[in-house]
Design a binder for this molecule. Structure first.
Ligand code: ATP
Length: 436
């Protein structure tokens, strides 16, 4: 009998009223668990939350009694394996401890905000140890750093010895091996891989012994032309508590950033997540989530899961916009509507040296058309107006004309780096106005 079956049996024998409802259908994820880190699958988010609140300590205790090991336990839902569970947890930064098969290049949506990082990661995966070494990916919370790092690992794991760890795991293992007087075991593991992927290296900050060890690991692998990829929440030059020689190693490779996704990219990501998880959401709800929530994709995923789970539990077959609004009510921060369509028009008119009225006119003058497209794009990014309202305001036929204008705009953003910089500057100006 497996240990997990024994644990379930003990929970049953303790006559827990909720055994059938909450414990019976829990499954042990053998493939992804280790002896110190257990992953348990629950049928849905509510059961998972309940088990976490009520039974986690008990399960941990029973496991320790059986094995002598105090485990770390993650309870995940079957729908989205490996996801942390409560909405609060989903919003919290969390990093997995194993390679997650779903994090691939194919499931990663590319837009102007992450194009550079994606291309660099793909290139590293296709030519490990040859093009960019190390690859350093940085960016804000929940923007896809781990996903890209793991995509490299998943791409290479069948042909090479890939090692994926968080900086914390690296540190814990190092400390543990020192404590057990087995440093050679640690060296054996880390200095003999072909690809080393370390997530969240900002946590090396201030840990001098770990940094020292990592420095040697780095050199050893680098000299053997093994690929090293790192992620952090900031660029190497801002990792202040890192020893200089390590920082300069990081800086010697390719450094790429991931920016918050543009609205279109966000919408695409939501579509993809729904598709991957077999969730159907009408377009208007997808757009609602994308415009109302910030850029943290993990948070967005949490909201999709929540809407889906609530609809199932309440037996609702068709999810309406009102239902979604209700479900997300408490999670949508009450941001004041500070940027209006008029603000955008004024700003663009000034930038393009034309009159505000010309932007909303029917003129086909090249400069005015460019200004209009830009204004439409920014209106979608920064105001809370729906696509039909924006169409009406700019004198366009209907919402599909808005989508068309945004598509052409995104194409230009992708192709023309000077243009991209100009738009970034405009976005910054709007952000400044927003925070005034
Ligand atoms: N462009 C994208 N396409 C598809 N999914 C994405 C994209 N960007 C982020 N995600 C998803 O968002 C979630 C959070 O991403 P990830 O864990 O990679 O973020 P992170 O940048 O590593 O965040 P943290 O700083 O908290 O570690 C993941 O489920 C990931 O699949």
């Amino acid at each position: 009998m497996s240990i997990f079956t024994k644990i379930k049996k003990s929970l049953k024998s303790e006559n827990l009223v909720n055994y059938n409802k909450f414990i019976k259908n829990l499954e042990f994820d053998e493939k992804n668990s280790t002896s110190t880190h257990l992953i348990i699958k629950a049928p849905n988010i509510f059961i998972a939350n309940f088990v976490k609140r009520k039974y986690l300590n008990k399960i941990s205790e029973l496991y320790e009694k059986e094995t002598g090991i105090k485990p770390k336990i993650d309870i995940v839902t079957k729908e989205i394996s490996h996801r942390p569970l409560t909405i609060e947890e989903i919003i919290e930064p969390t990093t997995p401890s194993v390679l997650i098969p779903e994090y691939t290049f194919e499931s990663f949506i590319v837009g102007p905000s992450n194009q550079f990082a994606y291309t660099a990661a793909k290139s590293v995966a296709e030519n490990p140890g040859k093009n960019y070494n190390p690859l350093f990916i940085y960016g804000g919370v929940g923007l896809g750093k781990t996903h890209l790092l793991q995509a490299i690992g998943n791409y290479l794991k069948s042909s090479l010895n890939v090692l994926y760890v968080t900086s914390e795991q690296f540190m814990n293992e190092f400390t543990e091996n020192i404590r057990m007087k087995t440093p050679e075991r640690f060296h054996e593991k880390y200095r003999n891989c072909d690809v080393l992927l370390i997530d969240d290296v900002q946590f090396f900050a201030g840990k001098e012994r770990t940094q020292e060890e990592f420095f040697h690991t780095f050199n050893e692998l680098y000299n053997q032309k093994k690929q090293i990829c790192l992620t952090a929440d900031r660029p190497p030059k801002k990792l202040y508590d890192l020893v200089d020689r390590l920082r300069s190693r990081f800086e010697a490779g390719l450094i790429v950033d991931i920016q918050p996704p543009e609205l279109e990219t966000k919408i695409e990501i939501i579509r993809k997540k729904c598709e991957l998880n077999g969730i159907y959401l009408p377009e208007e709800i997808i757009e609602y989530i994308a415009t109302k929530l910030d850029s943290n994709i993990r948070e967005i995923e949490g909201m999709i899961t929540k809407i889906n789970a609530m609809s199932k539990i309440l037996g609702i077959s068709e999810i309406t916009l009102d239902f979604a609004k209700q479900a997300l009510k408490e999670h949508i921060k009450d941001k004041k509507e500070v940027i209006t369509l008029e603000d955008i028009i004024k700003l663009i008119a000034k930038e393009f040296n034309i009159k505000p009225s010309e932007i909303v006119s029917k003129s086909r003058n090249k400069n005015i058309v460019a200004a209009r497209r830009c204004a439409i794009y920014l209106a979608r990014e920064f105001t809370k107006e729906s696509t039909p309202i924006i169409a009406k305001y700019f004198g366009l036929r209907d919402h599909s004309a808005v989508s068309h204008a945004i598509k052409s705009f995104n194409k230009k953003l992708k192709e023309d780096s000077e243009f991209r910089i100009k738009i970034e500057e405009l976005k910054n100006k709007i952000q400044i106005k927003k925070s005034e």
